[in-house]
Design a binder for this molecule. Structure first.
Ligand SMILES: [Zn+2]
Ligand SMILES: [Zn+2]
Length: 325
């Protein structure tokens, strides 16, 4: 969870959604990635019907729909078939971090192959100087830093020269590479606009350390956190319906979380609970701080601990903790 709020169109909260995942490479891609990692070699696979050499290798020829069988060892040079200039950050699926623009991203046809690898062109090269047909060479991570995915190719670097000799040689059958898995991330930078009522809620929380709920005059319910529509009678609610609640409340339920996820506001283990503030009819989940988890009980009285700084999000309440009796 990020901290700062930009109040140009009402309160909004930047959120980085980072979903780590793992995919099984399969035997062909496993060989490609392991050879690249361990020896810096590029391997393609040749279709027995049409003769196309595909890299990265795939089991079935996309044109003929027959099984590819013959491994071909390629050189680490080729030509740019096509490219685009990136003016927006591009997330590296290995690290989840963005490559800062501008840089060129292209499809490189390695000498001796008939397909292309999509990858970055050296970001230190002015994209305006890059041309289709330009020769490039793969620049790899130092061997002791390679991890076995496509990011082991740092980028392709423009070079002088002609098609390299000895490209596309048949390669002997290799050992069994076994199963191989690759860890990556799907990352989305988001900005959550909280709407007019919640903007006022965060302003009062940030500037006055005042907690508010929204009071539906039709069904006489007070919702916390505030919302624009009554969840019971669907009446429209406005900032005028905000009422001060709390700051103390009652613990309705709780759980302990022993694992960490990127979206968690702090490292675990941690306790989450739903606290119903005095004067509210609903509860909200937040962090609970307690010395001894086993002493927590539903129905316990809780109080908020406010942050020293104003973040413009719900972490202006750092956590709730039991009221000393
Ligand atoms: Zn084919
Ligand atoms: Zn209502």
């Amino acid at each position: 969870m990020q901290a700062k709020t930009i109040k140009t169109e009402g309160a909004n909260i930047p959120i980085t959604v980072d979903v780590p995942y793992r995919f099984a490479a399969g035997s062909y891609l496993a060989k490609f990635l392991i050879e690249l990692r361990d020896n810096g070699d590029f391997y393609g696979i040749k279709c027995p019907a049409c003769g196309r050499v595909q890299v990265p290798p795939r089991v079935v020829c996309a044109m003929c729909h027959v099984e590819n069988t013959q491994w071909i060892k390629l050189k680490n040079e080729g030509i740019i078939k096509t490219f685009t200039t990136m003016y927006m950050p591009l997330t590296d699926p290995t690290t989840g971090k963005a490559h800062e623009p501008p840089f060129a991203y292209g499809t490189v046809k390695l000498d001796g192959s008939d397909s292309g690898i999509d990858h970055m062109i050296n970001p230190g090269v002015d994209p305006a100087t890059i041309k289709v047909g330009m020769r490039v060479k793969a620049v790899l991570r130092p061997k002791d830093q390679r991890i076995g995915d496509l990011s082991d190719i740092l980028y392709f670097d423009p070079i002088e020269g002609e098609i390299t000799e000895g490209s596309g040689n048949s390669a002997p059958e290799q050992k069994d590479y076994g199963t191989f898995e690759v860890d990556q991330h799907i990352v989305a930078e988001c900005r959550y606009y909280v709407g007019a009522i919640a903007t006022r809620f965060y302003e009062l929380l940030g500037s006055k350390r005042k907690l508010t709920g929204v009071n539906c005059k039709t069904c006489k319910k007070v919702f916390w956190p505030p919302r624009a529509t009554c969840g019971r009678c669907f009446s429209a609610l406005t900032e005028e319906d905000l009422v001060e609640i709390g700051p103390e409340g009652t613990l309705e339920t709780f759980t302990k979380i022993d694992y960490n996820e990127p979206v968690h506001p702090k490292q675990g283990p941690q306790v989450y609970g739903i606290v119903k503030l005095d004067g509210a009819d609903t509860g909200m989940a937040h962090l609970i701080k307690v010395e001894d988890y086993d002493t927590l009980k539903t129905g316990m009285r809780m109080k908020p601990l406010f942050s020293d700084s104003t973040n413009g999000n719900i972490l202006d309440i750092m956590h709730f903790e039991p009221v000393a009796i």
